[in-house]
Write a protein that binds this ligand. Sequence first.
Ligand code: FAD
Length: 371
Amino acid sequence: MSGTLPFPVVRVVEDVATEFGAELDVDVPLSGLTTLRLGGPARAMLTCRDTDTVAGVVRALDAARVPTLILGGGSNLLVGDAGVDAVVVRVANDAVTLGDALVTAEAGAVWDDVVARSIAAGLGGLECLSGIPGSAGATPVQNVGAYGVEVASLLRRVQLLDRASGQVRWVGPESLGLGYRTSVLKHTDTAVVLAVEFTVNSDGLSAPLRYRELAAALGAEEGERRPAATVREVVLGLRASKGMVLDPADHDTWSAGSFFTNPVVPDDRLPAVLGAIAARLGDGVRVPQFPADGGTKLSAGWLIERAGFAKGHPGPDGAARLSTKHTLALTNRGDASTAQLLALAREVRTGVQDAFGVRLEPEPVAVGCAV
Ligand SMILES: Cc1cc2nc3c(=O)[nH]c(=O)nc-3n(C[C@H](O)[C@H](O)[C@H](O)COP(=O)(O)OP(=O)(O)OC[C@H]3O[C@@H](n4cnc5c(N)ncnc54)[C@H](O)[C@@H]3O)c2cc1C
């Protein structure tokens, strides 16, 4: 292999590819592997198409102290323009097994295929998570959620490669520290998810509807259940209207989904934040707020819009823009750089901080750059 990795690392990567049957590519532009379509090259990438290959490759690279980036669908990654000084391990084991009220997926399975196949097999429970891009293995990493459901409520167990011991074991969701868009797996190199298993229901009905907008679109009350296939179609329609279903032809979907998490404001800070909102927008303004662990959750999209950033900001000439459908998605209009997207992210974050005293935290994982 050519490339710019130091010679001993080149040898290690070639040997690892041969020993474990991984596909080796060099100087791979990560812009082609992320949904933001941003990011410079990876010096090398090993694509692992079965679970033993994923585990063997990661163990061997760890033993040789080669830095790695674990890659699924690239839909929650922001990669710097200079690329990554690491070997990318592309998790591409993708078998899916549908059992009696049980769905087991290898980590590299495309998440939305897992959802679609489970519903087609008459299993309900995952339908609200339809249309979320990326891999099954990444779903516990940030406890993906949408329309009132998080994977935390459905996960039965997760198969992990523990990178400190090299051992493979199944763990229950209680070991994962699952919270709002977070877990013990996010922002760490402690473990690789090899497979996930979900408890679903076999009556073909959805989980109880917990999201007002979705229930209303279905003509249902919150708490009711509907055929899972119907809920999936409505969720996909709602998501598409917000640019949240990948569509190569629609630049509003060249994103990492929501760029900022909804901020949770501690109780002692809430009066000052509500005061700042009232000072700017008037006393009568109704602020969307929801009880959450550690305080009150506010809507990041609402705050961004009220701080003066409209959909499509900064306008048609911006290479990086807010989505024209949703203020919470930062998008690449075709030829943006990561630096331009970062500049937009910082502008929005500073604007919200100055207006309301709330600091927004990015949801995607940044590699080779910092928001
Ligand atoms: C249009 C759009 C809409 C979205 N909507 C939602 C939504 O509604 N709800 C939501 O929660 N998210 C949403 N997202 C974010 C994203 O789709 C999810 O976070 C998804 O689970 C990321 O999966 P991935 O395979 O693409 O992960 P990647 O982007 O490849 O990786 C993300 C992080 O997880 C790590 N990782 C990936 N696979 C593994 C593994 N097997 N083991 C250990 N670590 C791993 C990576 O190293 C990286 O740190 C959206 C994104 C887009 C582009």
